[in-house]
Design a protein. Structure first.
Ligand code: G6Q
Length: 549
């Protein structure tokens, strides 16, 4: 047994789970009309209603005790103090400094990083304003109309998600495109019909060594040079990186390198200059509003008492289902088309951060860590996988994200969208008993034999827990709040599980092996020193490739 599973707080929760397991939320709501008031919390216009969970007040007390026992508050303070909490890489985890909108200094290794942060924000402002005003021009003197972000993972997912979410803030004459996959189709299809004279490439890479990004950047540069000559590179390529030397080697003017720092983790870097494409497309003011939103959530996380702290509550509920109910999946379901990419973004944030198997001391853990996360926008998702959520045999915890207002004045659409949002969480909680189904069918005049046949299929168990997160409107501010909420939730879960949420060694092995396979794919030598499956696949692919060519 690990120290965690053996601990008093964990053991108390195990015993409490046996009391809660048989209870139905239907009855909990019938017994207590104040559940919404008791189990909801607000922060700067954002609401979390967690009353539709399989919890009582005692559950929340016991979960809070677990949080205290695991040192969540101390760990949070260490993060905000710039301590090297990423222990395997010996780094601070300080993305909160990127969106610190207060006058408070933020120190790493005794040095205030805020002057550097502000200097880069100013550099971003000068550049984005020049591009947006048409003062920064391509080599032939035409203004920029398309921004192509070349990056992958943390240098792509947050930017694409934010720009998709904030599409209504985009001007018609300046639009983003993205190249991430090393598959040439991604590059070719993205560049199709693009006018090189009005295209600006951002090579976004913290290390500037990532295989996919460097190959894509090199191919994009060839595409440009072929059309406009090598002189064009300095007017059509800028970089975001921590690696000045490599940026210069690539041929990008160091004045147009936007720096950030090793204390910004890849998947936490959207707030840094990695967000340059966001600032270009929606404007620096809007980008800064996004930082404001994240800062508001940081302040909530930093100062709200544990029992009213949104990210802590969400983290604890996740642990409740993952470790005590034994559920391995978590769904995130935004009811807003602009947030369609949000679940995909969260997959990296959550699964790369908390998909870990050893604790901070390197010992294998004897409990589940990060869940498998999936999701899609409602109402579309209702017509695909919701069947399983309502009547399947697998349970999962769920976050529904509802947005009260829409940017477009088609009121009927918004009413129907919101009614579906509300109806789904209600249906998941209440379910429908066989008696109710039978009564309904009787009232419709159906015969007994037919009712016997159909009633089990129309019965819903209910008791499926959901969080409802409600925002007033999808704006830069609320998007910033929402992202920061999930970042902190993931952080708290990492503390509870005693794992390092800030490394990602799990992605290394495949990368290493791929390097060794390249020569085998390219050469004509007999395949040696491979397992039978890999060797068989290699031979088969090489044969197909030859036939193809
Ligand atoms: C995120 C990871 C990873 C990283 C990409 C791109 O936390 O570190 O997704 O962002 O591998 O790395 P570069 O920005 O260095 O190209």
């Amino acid at each position: 047994m690990s120290a965690l599973t053996d601990s008093p707080a964990w053991q108390a929760l195990l015993a409490h789970h046996r009391e809660i397991e048989p209870l139905h939320m239907r009855d909990l709501f019938a017994q207590d009309t104040m559940r919404f008031e008791k189990f909801s919390v607000r922060s700067s216009g954002l609401l979390l209603d967690y009353s539709k969970n399989r919890i009582t007040e005692k559950t929340m007390e016991l979960l809070s005790t677990l949080a205290r026992q695991c040192g969540v508050i101390e760990a949070r303070d260490h993060m905000f103090a710039g301590d090297h909490i990423n222990s395997t890489e010996d780094r601070a985890v300080f993305h909160v400094a990127l969106r610190n909108r207060s006058e408070r200094p933020m120190k790493v290794d005794g040095r205030d990083v805020m002057p550097d942060v502000r200097a880069v924000l100013n550099q971003m402002r000068r550049f984005t304003e020049a591009v947006r005003r048409g003062e920064w021009q391509g080599i032939t003197g035409r203004p920029i109309k398309t921004v192509v972000n070349i990056g992958i993972g943390g240098s792509d997912l947050g930017v694409i998600m934010a720009l998709q979410s904030l599409r209504s803030y985009q001007r018609d004459d300046l639009s983003p495109r993205f190249i991430s996959n090393v598959d040439s189709s991604h590059l070719v299809e993205t560049l199709r019909n693009l006018d090189p004279e009005t295209t600006l490439f951002i090579v976004a890479s913290k290390t500037f060594t990532t295989q996919e990004t460097m190959l894509n950047a090199t191919s994009a540069r060839s595409w440009l040079v072929k059309r406009l000559g090598s002189e064009a590179v300095r007017k059509h390529f800028v970089a975001v990186s921590t690696n000045e030397e490599k940026v210069a080697d690539f041929g990008i003017d160091p004045d147009y390198m936007f720096p950030f720092w090793d204390w910004v983790g890849g998947r936490y870097s959207t707030w840094s200059a990695i967000g340059l494409a966001i600032a270009l497309v929606i404007g620096m003011d809007k980008f800064e509003e996004m930082l404001e939103g994240a800062h508001a959530m940081d302040e909530h996380f930093r100062t709200a008492p544990l029992e009213n702290n949104m990210p802590i509550i969400m983290a604890l509920l996740g642990v409740w289902y993952a470790n005590f109910f034994g559920w391995s999946t978590h769904a995130v379901l935004p009811y807003d088309q602009y947030l369609t990419r949000f679940p995909q973004y969260l997959q990296q944030l959550d699964m790369e951060s908390n998909g870990k198997r050893v604790d901070l001391q390197g010992r294998p853990v004897d409990y589940s860590t990060g869940p498998i996360l999936f999701g899609h926008a409602g109402t579309n998702a209702q017509h695909s996988f919701f069947q399983l959520l309502h009547q399947g045999q697998q349970d999962c915890s769920m976050d529904f994200i509802g947005v009260a207002n829409n940017h477009h004045p088609l009121r009927e659409h918004q009413t129907i969208l919101l009614s579906n949002f509300l109806a789904q969480t209600k249906a998941l909680m209440l379910g429908k008993t066989e008696e109710e189904v039978r009564a309904e069918l009787h009232a419709k005049g159906m015969g007994e034999a037919e009712i016997d046949k159909i009633a089990p299929h129309k019965t819903f168990p209910g008791n499926k827990p959901t969080n409802s997160i409600v925002l007033p409107l999808v704006t830069p501010f609320t998007v910033g709040q929402l992202l920061a909420l999930y970042e902190h939730k993931v952080f708290v879960q990492g503390i509870l599980w005693n794992i390092n949420s800030f490394d990602q060694w799990g992605v290394e092995l495949g990368k290493e092996l791929a390097c060794g396979i390249v020569p085998k794919l390219m050469g004509d030598e007999e395949i040696m020193n491979e397992d039978a499956s890999t060797a068989g696949l290699l031979r088969y692919m090489k044969r197909l490739k030859k036939e193809f060519i």
